[in-house]
Write a protein of this length. Structure first.
Length: 177
């Protein structure tokens, strides 16, 4: 009887970011540290997330108010998405086109206080693509930001408005376990 080492002989279907573990008559694929998947597919972001630069983004269709959405993202190890470049905004707009209905407004991690917008991470707010008249909240309670999917503009609304949202988390390979 000939023993075949599928791992050594290159016969395994393990992903390039996985390790092959040979067992008698078989083999197993395990994703390397910092990757997620079933071993035959391994990535830095789970399948339902979109990867861009050093982050993974998740569209959450279950509508919540801004504070609850923020807490949900934090509980998953991230935060509401912070969009700090036009390239990042373009990627997320494309992601939303795949997942969100055009009429939706989707929460992101910006809040208005001290007479300006702030990202929840403390990063500078520099991307300027507001819907006409909404750079400054037009009502005192409209201090929370969402993306209007159809127009792709920043819009603002009250904290308790029930909207879908985007969570952002660092890529897993940035901090291997």
């Amino acid at each position: 009887m000939t023993y075949i080492d599928e791992c050594k002989d290159g016969l395994s279907s393990c992903h390039q970011n996985a390790s092959c573990i040979n067992t008698p008559g078989n083999y197993a694929c395990l994703c390397n540290a910092g990757f997620t998947g079933d071993g035959q597919w391994c990535a830095v972001c789970p399948r339902e997330f979109r990867e861009f630069n050093n982050s993974c983004y998740q569209y959450v269709s279950a509508g919540q108010g801004w504070a609850n959405a923020s807490n949900t993202c934090t509980a998953q190890g991230g935060h509401l998405a912070t969009i700090t470049s036009e390239d990042e905004k373009a990627v997320l707009v494309e992601f939303l086109a795949e997942h969100a209905h055009p009429s939706e407004r989707v929460w992101v991690g910006a809040k208005y206080y001290d007479d300006k917008w702030h990202w929840v991470t403390g990063e500078d707010f520099q991307v300027d693509h507001f819907y006409v008249g909404q750079r400054v909240p037009y009502r005192p309670k409209y201090q929370y930001m969402f993306i209007c999917v159809a127009s792709q503009f920043w819009c603002n609304g009250p904290q308790n408005a029930t909207q879908p949202f985007i969570c952002e988390a660092e890529r897993q390979d940035r901090h291997p376990q």
